[in-house]
Structures are given as C-alpha cells and as structure tokens.
Design a protein around this ligand. Structure first.
Ligand code: C2E
Ligand code: MG
Ligand code: MG
Length: 733
C-alpha cells in the first residue's frame, strides 16, 4: 500500500511562512495536512484529526513542542506515533529534551521542504515495519502459547538471557523466571539430571545439538512430560558471541492421551489387569530371548462357576472375584520367585486376564515341570475357598493348566492356547494339568461342536429318542424318558454327554431345551391318543434352564399347547444343578409340583448325592444312577448303598427308579430290594419315536415279563427237586 495514501499529518509551528511551505510540500506529496499555530492548538487538534505523524516546532508560544510531544506520548493512541521535532541548528539541549519527551526523530527548522517530505516518509515506513514486527511477535507468542512451546536463550555457562513467557507458564514459574538452566535440571528425575547437564555442556562447547524427553515435577508439584531441543546460535548483533537456544514443549496432554490408548488396548477395563494382548507381547519377547537352562512356561488359570456367579449376582462381582483370585495367585508365585524357586520376573510379566473366567501368566523357571505343577497346586489350594469381603463368602475354586515351550511351539498365541486347553482339562477344582497335544484336539472339537450347535435346531439335526420306564414287578410301562440325539453331517453322531454341557456353557441350551419340551409334549400327546394309555414323558433339565425366570410358564404353555395334564410331564434334575440354587428356583419347583408336574432327582448315588437334599426339595421320584447298578450283583458296597437309598425313599414316600438295568439279575436284585421302577437296556434301549410305537404295539416289556415268570417257575421247580422226590409236582395226586 502507498504509505502516503490518505495519510494525515499534523504540523505545528508559530512561524506562518514555515508552516505554509511545509503544508504545501506535504500536501503536494499527497498527505492530508492539518496545521496549528501554537502548542495548545496542536494538542487540541490531535484528537479530532487522529494524525499518522506529527511535526512539532520545539519553540512555540503557549506550549512548547516538547510539552506537546510529552502529552501525545501519554495517550494510548499516541504511544507509538512518529513525532518529528523541528529544532534550531546545533540546539543540542532541545534535541536531547525532545528525545527524552519521546520524539521519534528531529530535523532542522527551515530545511528544504522536499527533504522534510522524505523524512516524514521514512518515519512512516519505519512505523509500518515496527507494526509488522510487533504483530509477528504477538502471533509467534500466541502460537507458542497454544502449542505449549517456549524458547529460552542462555549463555554458554547456563545463565538466562531471555525466556519466552510460555516457558514460565509451562514450568509454573512465571512469577519468578528461572535464572539458570540448572533450575530446570533440578526439576527432572534424579536419574536424568546428569545426562541433561552433560548434554547442555556438550551443546555449549562442541556445538552438538540435542533433543530429549523428560518427566519432571514443577516446584508446585505438577508432573509433566517435557520435550527439549537445544542448539548453539549466534547471539543477536554479534558475529562471534554464541548463546544456547533451548525450546521446551509441554507434551503432557499428548503423552496422557497416549497412555490412555495404551491402557485401553493393553489392560482389561473391568479388572485393571493386563489383558491377553499384553501377555502375548510379553510371551513373544520371552520366546525371542530364551536362555539355555530356563524353562518358559505359561500357567493359565480358570475360576470355576464364574459364569453362574455373573448370572446370579452380576458381572461386576464376577470380575472382582477373578481379580482377587488373580492377585492372590500372582502374590503366591511372586513369593516363590523371591524364595528362589521361580525366576524373578520383570515388572511387566504379570497376571493377565485372558478370558471371561480365566487369567494367565508367564512363569520362567529352572524347576522340573513336576515341581512347578506342585507349586501351582499349592497356590490353587491356598486361594480356593478363601474367605472374601466381596459379598460372597468364599473365593470359588481355581484350577490351572501348564504349557511349556518345546521344539514344536510355534509362537506366543499357541503357547497360551495350549495352557488354556490344559486348564479346561483340569476339571477338578484345585487341579493342575500339563498340556499334551490331545487336549488341543479336544478343544478344537469343542469349538467345532459349539459352532455347529448354533445351527443344529434350525437345521433339524436334533432328534429325540425314547426309553421306557416300567414297574419293577409287572413290567408295565409307567413313563418314557426322552433323550437327545444329534447327527451332524461332518462331526457324525455327537452324544448328549458331550454336547449338552457345551450347550449349557454357551447358553444354547435355552433354545434347545424349549425345542425338547415342545417336541416331547407333542409326541406324548399323539401316543396317549393312539394307545389310550396314561404313561408320562420325562425330560432332562439342565441347571441353566432352571434359572430362566420364565421356565415355569414355558412348561405350562407347552402342556396347554398339546392339551396335556400337568402330571403327563416329569422333569429330571440332577442334584448338582440345585445345590447352589437360589431360593427362587426352589420356590419355582414347589409351584410346579403343586400344579401337578412331577419332579425327579436324576443320577442319584453319584459323587454329589446328599440325602438331605431329597428331604428339603419337593421330589416325587429318585433315579438311582446306573453306576450303582453295574456292580450290584457282585459288590456288597453297591448293594448296601442301593438298599439304604431305597429304604430312605420308602420312608419319605418317594418313588424310586433304577437306571441302567442291563440284565435279568439286576432286575431281580433291585426288585427284591424294593425299587418301584426300572429303566435300562434290558427293558429297552432308547428308541426312535416310530420304533417305540412298534415296541408298545408288540406289548412292551410283556415278553420279558413272560420270560421272567417262566424263569421263576423253573427256579421253583429246581428248588422242589432239591427238597426231595416226595414233593415233586408230578407225584402229587
Ligand atoms: P440320563 O438322564 O441319566 O440318561 C440316561 C442315560 O443312560 C442315557 O444316556 C441312556 O442312553 C443311558 N442308558 C439307558 N439305559 C442304559 C443301560 O442299561 N446301560 C447303560 N450303560 N446306559 C444306559 P444318553 O442318552 O447318552 O444321555 C446321557 C445324559 O445326557 C443323560 O443322562 C442326560 O443327563 C443328558 N441328556 C440327554 N438328553 C438330554 C436333554 O434333552 N436335555 C438335557 N438337559 N440333558 C440331556
Ligand atoms: Mg435322565
Ligand atoms: Mg440318569
């Protein structure tokens, strides 16, 4: 832009001829000119004319030019204005007074008016440059403040020459700027101080530029991440002198954001434990740095029944229990490493959460795998069943699996998978299993089953088979137990003992159980109509189904849909599924029983059995587990247990059923001991619906009853022969 464009000049002089000449010259050069004949008039005119430059004669009546200059400088809009003083030749006193009052420059009175114009132009250009510089500096400082970057200029021995305000703000010392670089060094972590000092000295002496990042604590106690860069620069205005220019940047916000990202990706948000990814990275590093003589082992831990706790009390409690178990096991193993049994681990090798109910850790050791397993078993025993203050009385049991690095191990992922597969194999609470390749094949099969099971109902791959239950004396049919069968195109036939637990764990049992209930009721309704018989159907119910809030209404809906009375249905429950059942489950079972639905306890006489449970819950029937029947004929112990159970059921007026009857001897035995009903291959294996109808058509177990009568007759006959010829039937009259 043309600096003379509508630029206004105020000129004050008491000499009219000077004033006229100057006015003409400046006006001719394109300036807008205002004149004043004395000092007071100049002051008066300043406000309305708002000049870009003022020219003042030093000696004027009423008020001197020097006084006018001082007054203009006192105003906010006059502080940076160019003011040119006109003084007499060699009037040194006036010149120095004028500068003291704030004049920008001086010129001789009566100078060539064209020269005056040039002098004014120079002053205006100088002002414009100063404005630019000022605005650039303000912008720079603003940018520095926003970016939290500041500069700091120091002498070679570390004394402050200049420090931008941002440095003071960052380091929280703006009230008292730091005098030396050493004050900054004192804020650093002691371990970093020597290095920072040496870097500064090397920069000052050898011109070696440096950049470094530090964690520091300000005098006010704030923790910061700082990046500093330093280099040797030429001091302003000197060709030889040098200073050290340090830039400091506050990276705290950036680093905190990075830390948060790191935390999110490497830690489990629910427990705060490092996560699977964290462990895998630790494993990868450990695998790369393997040392001879040190066995690398991954221990994976599984908390039993955590899913049940989550369902009953919420995921938050389950997470707390897991992290408490992880903490205690971690501590126990850390103690072992302090005692020298295990090798000390880096801080980073910690217990990590690796699944919903599992955690794992890397355990480097010089121990044999047997000793390691023993050590882990001790840890498991210490933790399992410990009292807690978490809202559950005791910590649930934990079991573990170990996987060792060997020649076949391909990587971290595989090692962890192996350890987890071994922990799945450790079914017993507090047990520890070593990984062998078989469990992996099993765990792959488990995954394949889980995946295929999701489609099984919709794909019509599930079927029910029916096994009759008969009265032990007449062998007349009383009911029929329906049992699931699954035929998968690739996996082949998968037994319920394999897939039902998987369906339970994955929750698929809800959908499958609904299908079984509906299908069993539909089938029974059609048989009842066809055979005019009132036998019932019994279905097996998984623990998880019992916890469904709408379980009872599902049962009622299925009975209503197929127009069956409540006593046409029996539900079989195993004792283990109700041991920890909450009050609501018990109340729901009582309500169902009041409606008329039969309830039986399945698999009684196995590990979990408690006679007390039978008394406390509303059972109609107890089914004696087939393991008891296997040795009944030869094992006195099995006979004693069976007799005791049957005596108890009789006292409590509960019906008894012996499962797994495979031969006539067992049938006789349980019948003699007073068992009410029997079920087993000897009566009939589980049959497809059509085969079951054929079996009923052919008279059911009547054929067996005839055989049985014949056998009894023969035995009686034999016993008479032994008594003696006098009693032989043929000899009777
Ligand atoms: P369970 O309820 O105790 O069923 C009896 C099991 O014994 C059946 O095995 C049956 O085939 C078998 N069995 C019957 N008679 C004899 C015999 O004389 N000798 C021998 N050795 N075994 C005999 P299956 O069908 O393999 O079922 C196994 C278990 O799977 C069942 O035990 C039950 O707990 C579960 N299950 C089967 N179907 C279902 C179902 O629909 N839902 C649920 N939740 N569980 C089911
Ligand atoms: Mg059963
Ligand atoms: Mg059973």
């Amino acid at each position: 832009m043309d600096p003379t464009h509508s630029t206004t000049i105020l000129i004050a002089d008491d000499d009219p001829s000077h004033l006229l000449l100057a006015e003409a010259a400046l006006g001719g050069a394109g300036f807008v000119v205002h004149t004043a004949n004395d000092g007071e008039e100049a002051v008066r005119q300043f406000e309305p004319t708002q000049p870009d430059c003022v020219i003042l004669d030093v000696n004027m009546p009423k008020m001197t030019g020097i006084e006018v200059c001082r007054r203009i400088r006192e105003r906010a809009d006059g502080r940076l204005l160019p003011i040119l003083m006109l003084t007499g030749r060699n009037d040194i006193v006036s010149i120095s007074d004028a500068f003291a009052a704030g004049a920008s420059d001086f010129a001789q009175k009566g100078m060539n008016p064209r020269l005056l114009v040039e002098r004014v132009r120079f002053l205006l250009r100088d002002r414009a440059m100063q404005d630019n510089l000022w605005s650039s500096r303000s912008k720079l400082l603003l940018a520095q403040r926003i970016a939290r970057v500041g500069h700091w200029e120091l002498t070679l021995d570390g004394r402050t020459l200049d420090m931008s305000p941002v440095v003071g703000q960052i380091l929280e010392c703006d009230s008292q700027p730091m005098e030396r670089y050493e004050s900054f060094v004192a804020m650093l972590d002691p371990a970093e101080q020597i290095q920072a000092r040496q870097a500064f000295i090397a920069c000052a002496t050898d011109n070696s530029r440096f950049s470094s990042e530090h964690r520091l604590r300000t005098a006010a106690g704030k923790d910061l991440y700082i990046h500093q860069e330093a280099e040797l620069v030429q001091a302003a205005g000197s060709a030889h002198a040098h200073t050290v220019l340090v830039t400091l940047q506050d990276l705290t916000r950036l680093r905190r954001a990075e830390d948060a990202v790191q935390t999110l990706s490497y830690f489990d948000s629910a427990t705060g434990l490092p996560n699977r990814r964290h462990l895998l990275e630790q494993l990868s590093i450990a695998l790369k740095d393997r040392k001879p003589g040190i066995a690398l082992c991954v221990a994976a831990f599984r908390v039993h029944g955590l899913d049940r706790i989550a369902q009953a009390h919420g995921a938050e409690l389950a997470d707390k229990i897991l992290s408490e178990a992880a903490r205690q096991i971690g501590e126990h193993l850390a103690e072992a490493s302090t005692g020298g049994t295990l090798l000390k681990q880096a801080n980073t090798a910690r217990v990590c959460r690796t699944s919903e109910a599992g955690f794992a850790m890397l355990v480097p050791s010089r121990e044999s795998v047997e000793n390691l397993s023993d050590l882990i078993r001790t840890a498991l025993a210490r933790v399992s069943g410990q009292p807690t203050n978490l809202g559950t009385e005791y910590l649930p049991a934990v079991s573990a699996g170990l996987a060792l690095v060997d020649g076949d191990t391909t990587g971290a992922e595989q090692l962890l998978t192996n350890a987890q597969a071994a922990s799945e194999q450790a079914r017993e609470p507090r047990s520890c299993e070593l990984f062998t390749p078989v469990p992996l094949a099993r765990s792959r099969r488990r995954l394949a089953i889980e995946t295929a099971l999701r489609r099984a109902v919709a794909a019509g791959e599930l079927q029910l088979v029916y096994q009759p239950r008969v009265a032990s004396d007449t062998l007349d049919i009383t009911g029929v137990e329906c049992l699931l069968r699954w035929e998968h195109p690739q996996l082949g036939s998968v037994g319920p003992e394999e897939f039902v637990p998987i369906a339970e764990e994955t929750g698929l049992i809800d959908q499958i159980g609904d299908w079984v209930l509906d299908e069993a009721c539909r089938q029974l309704a059609s048989w009842r109509a066809r055979f005019e018989d009132n036998f019932f159907v019994s279905i097996n119910i998984a623990a998880r189904q019992l916890r469904q809030s709408n379980f009872a209404s599902h049962i009622k809906a299925a009975l209503d849909k197929h127009r069956l009375p409540a006593n046409a249905l029996e539900i079989e429950i195993t004792e283990s599924s109700i041991v920890h059942a909450p009050q609501e489950t018990r109340r729901m079972l009582e309500a169902l029983r009041r409606e008329g639905v039969r309830i039986s306890m399945d698999d009684f006489g196995t590990g979990y059995s408690s006679l007390g449970q039978i008394r406390r819950l509303p059972f109609d029937c107890v089914k004696l587990d087939r393991s008891l029947m296997a040795d009944l004929y030869t094992d006195v112990g099995a006979q004693g247990v069976t007799a005791a159970i049957l005596a108890m059921t009789r006292t409590l007026r509960i019906r008894s059923v012996a499962e797994g009857i495979e031969d006539p001897e067992s049938l006789e035995m349980v019948s003699c001991l007073g068992c009410d009903e029997v079920q087993g291959f000897y009566i009939s294996p589980p049959l497809k619906a059509r085969d079951f109808a054929d079996w009923l058509d052919a008279g059911g177990a009547v054929v067996l009853a005839r055989h049985r009568a014949a056998a009894i007759a023969i035995e009686l006959e034999a016993s008479k022969i032994e008594v003696g010829p006098a009693l032989r039937t043929a000899d009777l009259p």
